[in-house]
Design a protein around this ligand. Structure first.
Ligand code: PLP
Length: 401
């Protein structure tokens, strides 16, 4: 009998488990709209041309494979903070940002969670309802208590702004408020610039600490600057801000695990101390981060021509998703005779559409139509092609009614 008898079978991951189920299905019309990964119109994974070029340059340079410092590649840490806050942001010149390379968005969030657990014993994190499925796991495993603020209103398929503000107001002073910098996952619903200002007002009034998760910079609108506007507005108010970044989507570097955690502090001294502690947390967890993705990002951003190319490719990817969004809306509107208003599909931004399908309806999508998606009703439009929009519309309409 095994010594591991007491270990029960873990349930499949609600997002990555969808890909496993998809692989096992042999139906020719099957469609994987589960994981948020960009696909071409032919539904193939896409390696950015600019990444291929950067890779080639790296190979030619033949750099060594020595360990990186615990905090990561210096050139990467510099450009990642520049990209997020803007290179001429005073917080950078004043050395008030603690930046540490992380294992993509997830690993960066995990470092911040560990920092909160260690130094804010009564610290509580507020996350949106709903949110990206892994947020709860990250804070649970880091032993950081969390609760939810209202975000999605099923009646309007839009933002429950009043509920959101009321819940942030009601949270204990000094709570960490987790915000999606742009392209909210899973709803695709972002606050307007005016609403962001009010959110910042309330967070400031309550002495809360804004904690941004920005996994789609450049991918929502096609512009790196526009997508960082929310984060920059909070920083411009002089607030201390935490921000976790990911290059999985905007550079298609999913498997390279490249991202960063940034803590904007009110003094360079505090930033230096925070950075030292982030390194102390990282060391026994994974020692130091991988180098390849960091070099790719640093080389692309550090080279004017490559940077321009990246921006163009990002615009192309964001544009393809927008086209698919329009086609899906058109297909739903023309095929559905029930009078249902499908305009929410157009209002949402980023990779996803939150369909409002409940669990049973999602099961119908998968079991009858071979459309794989998460059970919260989210579909990844990045995994959809123009050619498949009509089929998907048929599946959605059949499942709704
Ligand atoms: N945060 C959000 C909201 C996400 O949607 C994702 C990826 O789907 C991540 C973080 C982190 O992804 P990764 O760890 O691949 O960077």
């Amino acid at each position: 009998v095994s010594r591991f008898e007491g270990i029960t079978m873990a349930p499949p991951d609600p997002i990555l488990g969808v890909s496993e189920a998809f692989k096992a299905d042999n139906h020719e019309l099957k469609l994987n709209l589960g994981v948020g990964a960009y696909r071409t119109e032919e539904l193939q994974p896409y390696v950015l041309d600019v990444v291929k070029k950067a890779d080639k340059l790296l190979l030619e340079k033949g750099e060594n494979r020595e360990y990186l410092p615990i905090e990561g590649l210096a050139a990467f840490n510099k450009v990642t903070a520049d990209l997020l806050f803007g290179a001429d942001n005073p917080v950078i010149k004043q050395q008030r940002v603690a930046t540490v390379q992380g294992l993509s968005g997830t690993g960066s969030l995990r470092l911040a969670a560990a920092l909160i657990e260690r130094y804010f014993p009564r610290g509580e994190v507020l996350i949106s309802s709903p949110t990206w499925g892994n947020h709860k796991n990250i804070f649970n495993d880091a032993k950081v208590p969390w609760s939810e603020y209202r975000y999605y209103d099923p009646k309007t398929v839009g933002l429950d702004f009043e509920g959101m503000i009321a819940d942030i107001k009601a949270a204990p002073e000094g709570s960490f408020i987790l915000l999606h910098g742009c392209a909210h996952n899973p709803t695709g619903i972002d606050p307007t610039p005016e609403q962001w200002e009010i959110i910042a007002d309330v967070i400031q009034e309550k002495n809360h600490i804004p904690f941004f998760d920005i996994a789609y910079q450049g991918f929502a609108s096609g512009s790196l600057d526009a997508d960082a506007a929310s984060v920059r507005m909070f920083v411009a108010r002089g607030m201390e801000v935490i921000a976790a970044q990911s290059y999985s989507k905007n550079l298609g570097l999913y498997a390279e695990r490249i991202g960063a955690i940034n803590v904007v502090c009110s003094s360079p001294d505090a930033a230096a101390r925070v950075k030292s502690q982030l390194k102390r947390i990282a060391r026994p967890m994974y020692s130091n981060p991988p180098v390849h993705g960091a070099r790719i990002v640093a080389n692309i951003v550090g080279d004017a021509a490559l940077f321009k190319e990246w921006n163009a490719e990002m615009e192309m990817m964001a544009g393809r998703i927008k086209n698919v969004r329009h086609k899906l809306f058109d297909s739903l509107s023309s095929k559905d005779k029930s009078g249902k208003d499908w305009s929410f599909v157009l209002k949402q931004i980023g990779m996803f559409s939150f369909t409002g399908l409940n669990k049973a309806q999602c099961d119908n999508m998968t079991n009858k139509w071979h459309v794989y998606m998460t059970k919260d009703g989210r579909i990844s439009l990045a995994g959809l092609s123009l050619a498949k929009c009509e089929y998907l519309a048929d599946a959605i309409i059949d499942s709704y009614h």
